[in-house]
Every structure is written in structure tokens, then in C-alpha cells.
Design a protein around this ligand. Sequence first.
Ligand code: HEC
Length: 244
Amino acid sequence: MKLQPICDCELSERLLYTSFILLMGLGYLMALAFLYTSFENVDGKPGLSVGDIAEDYYGNRSGSRLEAAIRGPMSAYIQIDDRSTIVSWLKSGASQKDYESEIKPILAKRCFACHTPASGLAIPNLSTYEGIQEVTNVDTGMSIHSLMKISHIHLFGIGLILFGVGMVFRRVEMRCGLKSTLIVLPFVAILVDIMAWFLTKWDPIYAYTVVIAGAVLGLCLAIQIFTSLYQMWFKPPSQGPCQT
Ligand code: HEC
């Protein structure tokens, strides 16, 4: 059965398709803006880069959150020699014995004003060994558990978006091979993208795959949206006048 070309469909149907794909396009742009603002500073350098993506999934394994804090935002509260003591304690495995004898006294002087439950702030409690362990572990990036959570949301969500936009796009007039490619490619891209999130946890080099697959997905979606809009509103009808 031959599909009715999109340029021949009646006004109400065109309005339905247009509203739907415009909303999906806007949603996509919003997702990009969200991605940019949440990832841009992960690696400490301005702008979104492959490094940000790698660090978000793989983590920054060269140090712990405690080390990052005393070298960065908390550095004003500590002196160099105290900092070296803490860093060498971290590097030597952060044992409880040394915490009690060496580290706790330093923290008590410099950090307990804020970092105890008494302060009422929702920040790590550094006054107990259990509390400090929250920030002494090496940063291994997003947990597999959170990855599974965002993966399934993306698979369902993007799958449905691609299905909806694809249902409209399949009625544009275009070479059959090209059209089929543009319909299947974004599905492959999101699959590869999500697999690459997991691979990036294992080796940060796969952050490039995440970026490339994401770009392919965005490009295919944009082509589908713009061709559909163009053929619905600007292309002359293929079989007689449009029924409006
Ligand atoms: C004046 C209050 C204050 C003092 C003193 C202070 N901190 Fe903090 N610290 C904060 C606040 C507020 C945050 C949460 C905001 C942030 O992450 O920048 C925080 C966050 C942290 C974090 C968590 C960073 C992360 O990865 O989430 C660590 C670790 C930390 N501080 C360590 C220290 C150490 C070690 C000292 C002492 C040398 C210290 N802080 C002294 C207020 C303080």
C-alpha cells in the first residue's frame, strides 16, 4: 500500500503533526541546554568538552572529593603543611587509626566550625570516621545504578519520540533508501550512545563515542523535523490540490 504523501494531508492533520514535532524539537533543545549547564564545569574547565563527559561517567580517579575540596573550594581554611598531612593520609589508604591520631585534630581546628552535624548544614560530617569516608573514596563517577536509571528513561523516552517523529517523517517524499536510513539511524545512535555511557565508566576514551552518537541522533532528528515541516507547508501537493 502506498503512503499518502505528507504534503497532501488535510489541515487538521498537518496542524497535529506540526504541533507535535515542534514540541519534540523544543524538548530536544531544552535537553541540550540542560546537558550543557549540568556538565560544563565537571572537569573544572569552562565550556562543555569531552573531558566533562569522561569525568562524569568515569570519575576523576586521581583523587578523592576530600582532596579536591582542600585543593579547591576549601583551600582557604587550611595551611599547606596540614594539607600535605591529609593528602598523604589519603594516599596511604585513609586508615581509622591515623584519622583519630593525626587528621581529626587538624580538622577540629580548621573545619569543625562547619563540618559537624551541629552546624545544621547539609555538608559532609568530618567529625567521625564514618562521616569522612563519604569524601575519602576515590571519585569513580556516576554509579552503575544511576546509569541504569537514566538509561532506561532515555531508551523509553527517546524511543517514543523517534517513533512519533518517524511516523510523520515516513510520509515525506524522498528516495526510499535515504528515508529508511534516516529513520533507522537515530535508533542505532541512541543505542550506541547509551552503551557508550557504560563503556566510558570502564575507559574514558568512549566519551568520544557518546558525543558522536549524540550528534548523529540530533542531526537525524533535525533533518526529520525540518523536512516534514517543509513538505507539509511549502511543497506543492503531489496529487491534485490539497484538501483543507
Ligand atoms: C565556613 C564553613 C566551612 C568551613 C570552615 C569548611 N567548610 Fe567544607 N564545606 C562548606 C560548605 C558550605 C560546603 C558545601 C558547598 C561546597 O561544596 O562548596 C563544603 C563542602 C566541603 C566538602 C565536600 C565537597 C564535595 O565534593 O561535595 C568537603 C570534602 C569539605 N567541605 C572539606 C572541608 C575541609 C577539609 C575543611 C577544613 C580544612 C572545610 N571543609 C572547612 C563549608 C565549610
